[in-house]
Design a protein around this ligand. Structure first.
Ligand code: EPZ
Length: 422
């Protein structure tokens, strides 16, 4: 059980390279199931979530490994056990996105129903609704979703909107089931996240016929089969956003290489609103802050709106703002485990339902805090960089799920983070 010991305040400066996207890699790894051979994926980050997903694919019958150059390869020639076991799914909810490709490839799939989550209620009813509309028979058996389509799937017009807008992995599941279904499928209210566009581009490279990529309407002409692929995943916009906030909260100046500003318009807009400079550069940008942190109102939305996965990090930043800010969480209304921990660091945050009033304070103070989920823990690390004194962050394994050895990328920029095993 690792702990971070962080000394603050520091001022970050220098350059950092952004890794490939975790949330693009996971559904694209699932898509390899449809290739029926050896696919090679470039820029897939070394994260515990990727290792768990590799373990899941191995359990289905795939062979998975890394080349010397770090490329991840997945050989799905054999899928002899289309079952996503509870022991794996309980460690990572995103495992659910093997359901669609397994159903398309094998005509039958069993995946453990994902359970509770620290960020709130996360049902998969829309995933199942979409797969049923493609003709799958679905029932629940001893905690497992059992999906069957012995005669194959048939294309349909499907509305995938939900109470909180579109669903990212729901779109991925239905899209991967539809690419080899008979006839045409139209997905309305599809997720427009760059990670879904990346998945669709990868599927088209495997031989699928998808149009409307990046829009809420995806049209899929079913094809007989897909081929294995060589594909490079997009940079991680949430990791990039986290490093941008690191530069901003420490009044530093950091050059981010290999990040796509076009995927981050709402994020960059918010940073500029609070007094942070974001200058575009050849393959990324330079982020710096000189003056005070201004206030802002943030409402999380589906893409291209402000991402929920950066809500906690911006709350840490605005906790040092010159006045009151308001944060409304519209995607996961209970995603506020970081609030009490930041208040332990002398932030002044008041939660009321899906809203947090952030009353800016002059300074944060180092304290012992507890990580609860991936993005909340990133926010605690960022707060620790700006806080006076020592911050210890427990349960660092949450961070390792989405950030590749973050301390080894922040320390060269001037951070003072030590990882200790207790
Ligand atoms: C993806 O989760 C991401 N995970 C999440 O990032 C991200 O927070 C989320 O999208 C929203 O952007 C991956 O890509 C692996 P959703 P997903 O289905 O697909 C409701 C991180 O930090 N909903 O788009 O599971 C749901 O409860 C992670 O990297 C239903 O009601 O999220 C939520 O309120 C955390 N029924 C909203 O929709 C459904 O069947 C959006 O969820 C599906 C979703």
């Amino acid at each position: 059980m690792d702990v971070f010991r962080i000394e603050g305040p520091v001022r970050l400066s220098g350059a950092v390279g952004i890794n490939g996207s975790k949330n693009a890699s996971l559904p694209i790894m699932a898509a390899a199931i449809l290739g029926g051979g050896k696919s090679v994926l470039r820029a897939v980050p070394e994260l515990s979530d990727i290792s768990v997903f590799s373990e899941l694919l191995g359990q289905l019958g795939c062979k998975v490994g890394r080349d010397d150059n770090g490329d991840l390869w997945i050989d799905s020639t054999v899928i002899d056990n289309p079952v996503g076991e509870y022991e794996i799914v309980r460690r990572m909810r995103a495992s659910i996105c093997v359901l669609g490709p397994l159903l398309a490839r094998c005509g039958r799939a069993e995946v453990s129903m994902p359970g509770g989550c620290a960020i709130g209620d996360r049902p998969v009813d829309i995933h199942l609704r979409g797969l049923r509309q493609l003709g799958a028979q679905i029932h629940l058996k001893n905690g497992y979703i059992v999906a069957e389509a012995p005669q194959g799937l048939t294309g349909k017009d499907i509305f995938l909107g939900g109470p909180f807008g579109s669903t990212v992995l729901g779109t991925a599941n239905v899209l991967m089931a539809a690419v080899t279904a008979k006839g045409q499928t139209v997905i309305e209210s599809a997720a427009c996240e760059p990670e879904i566009a990346d998945l669709a581009n990868c599927l088209n490279k495997m031989g699928a016929k998808i149009s409307g990529i990046g829009s809420p309407r995806l049209t899929i002409q079913g094809v007989k089969r897909l081929e294995p692929v060589e594909y490079g995943v997009i940079p991680d916009r949430i990791e990039a956003g986290t490093f941008m906030v690191a530069a901003a909260i420490t009044a530093g100046e950091v050059r981010l290489a290999h990040c796509r500003l076009d995927d981050m318009v709402a994020v960059v807009d918010k940073l500029r609103n609070v007094g942070v400079a974001v200058e575009r550069s050849d393959d990324g940008c330079v982020v710096s802050r000189r003056g005070a942190i201004k206030t802002a109102d943030i409402t999380t939305q589906s893409y291209p709106g402000f991402p929920t996965d950066l809500q906690a990090q911006f709350m840490a930043l605005l906790s040092l703002g010159e006045g009151n800010s308001v944060i409304i969480e519209k995607i996961f209304p209970d995603r506020f485990m970081h609030v009490a921990e930041l208040n332990r660091m002398a932030a002044n945050l008041r939660k009321e339902g899906p809203t947090v009033i952030v009353a800016g304070v002059k300074k944060l103070m180092g304290a012992a805090v507890m990580a609860s989920d991936l993005r909340a823990s990133a926010a605690l690390v960022l707060a620790g960089l700006a806080a006076e004194g020592t911050t210890t962050v427990q349960r660092v394994y949450h961070i390792d799920r989405g950030y590749e050895r973050i301390e080894e990328r922040l320390n060269p920029l001037g951070a003072k983070i030590i990882r200790e095993s207790i």
